[in-house]
Design a protein around this ligand. Structure first.
Ligand code: PLP
Length: 269
């Protein structure tokens, strides 16, 4: 995973996401991942959550106009190499972020990974119902890669379940939302990557990669943040996903032995 570091320039990676004060998920997971992959991490905060390893207690949403202000301040000053979008929380925030990206111009955007965060690992829904449709309509069409887990893929497609045999077909359905590629994560230990231009289905990982750990809080965030970091470093999509898969697998393995809190603990970066 190692890279030579350019001494004159950072690799700048921005996450647009919510805060997890317990440090396992959200923008905290993203920043830890960016740092360990030698990227300069930046954050646009959409919401503050009050949560721990056991679940989400409360969400405090930021005004959509202030989300835009954060984006404006950073983008007007610093060149961004890759963007990750995580928890957008409310319809107004989704609309504001979409408008900002549109104003920047799709062609000028750096690689954009959209993690359609709908549920926390505890099962708590952490996005407004209204925001989900707007996310599909306004954000996903900008994405270089969409990274739902099985549950999120189901919700986006309005289905009850997706089993391994249905995975490719579900990925094809998700591509119709306008993203250039889709990675459905964690279905029976495997991920399915479908890239639009080549109509190519690639299986990432295998059942032997499965690690039995209760410490899976923030795995989705960490995986998509690692993909974003590798894209920011210039890797092509498939390579970025393969490397990120190694990163998340090893982070889960390393975190499995720790006892942190009373519920689902974090991975170890
Ligand atoms: N973003 C925030 C702010 C969260 O609190 C969570 C989960 O708690 C997530 C994203 C998604 O977490 P995971 O990576 O466990 O799916």
């Amino acid at each position: 995973l190692a890279y030579p570091i350019d001494e004159h320039r950072y690799i700048n990676v921005m996450t647009i996401a919510g805060s997890d004060p317990s440090g396992g998920a959200g923008l905290q997971a993203d920043l830890k991942t960016f740092a360990s992959l030698h990227c300069y991490g930046m954050t646009t905060i959409t919401a503050l959550t009050a949560q721990n390893t056991c679940g989400v207690d409360s969400i405090y949403s930021l005004p959509a106009s202030f989300v835009r202000q954060q984006l404006k301040s950073v983008f007007s000053d610093i060149n961004i190499d890759a963007i990750k979008i995580g928890m957008l929380e409310r319809e107004e925030i989704v609309v504001e972020v979409a408008q900002f990206l549109e104003e920047k111009g799709v062609a000028k955007l750096p690689p954009l990974v959209v993690d359609p965060v709908i549920y926390a690992k505890s099962g708590d829904q952490i996005i407004d119902n209204n925001a989900i449709n707007i996310l599909k309509e306004k954000i996903i069409p900008f994405a270089t890669l969409l990274t739902p887990n099985r549950q999120e893929a189901c919700r986006l497609l309005g289905r009850n379940n997706i089993c391994v045999d249905d995975l490719e077909e579900a990925a094809k359905e998700l591509l119709k939302l306008g993203t250039k590629a889709v990675l459905i994560k964690g279905v029976d230990g495997r991920d399915c990557l479908l890239v639009q231009e080549q109509e190519k289905v690639v299986w990432i990982g295998g059942t032997t990669d499965w690690i039995d750990s209760k410490n899976v809080h923030g795995t989705g965030c960490t995986y998509s943040a690692a993909i974003t970091a590798f894209l920011g470093r210039g890797d092509p999509l498939l390579r970025a996903v393969q490397k990120a898969k190694i990163y998340i697998t090893e982070a889960i393995r390393a975190g499995a032995t720790y006892q942190q809190g009373h519920g689902a603990g974090p991975v170890c970066h």
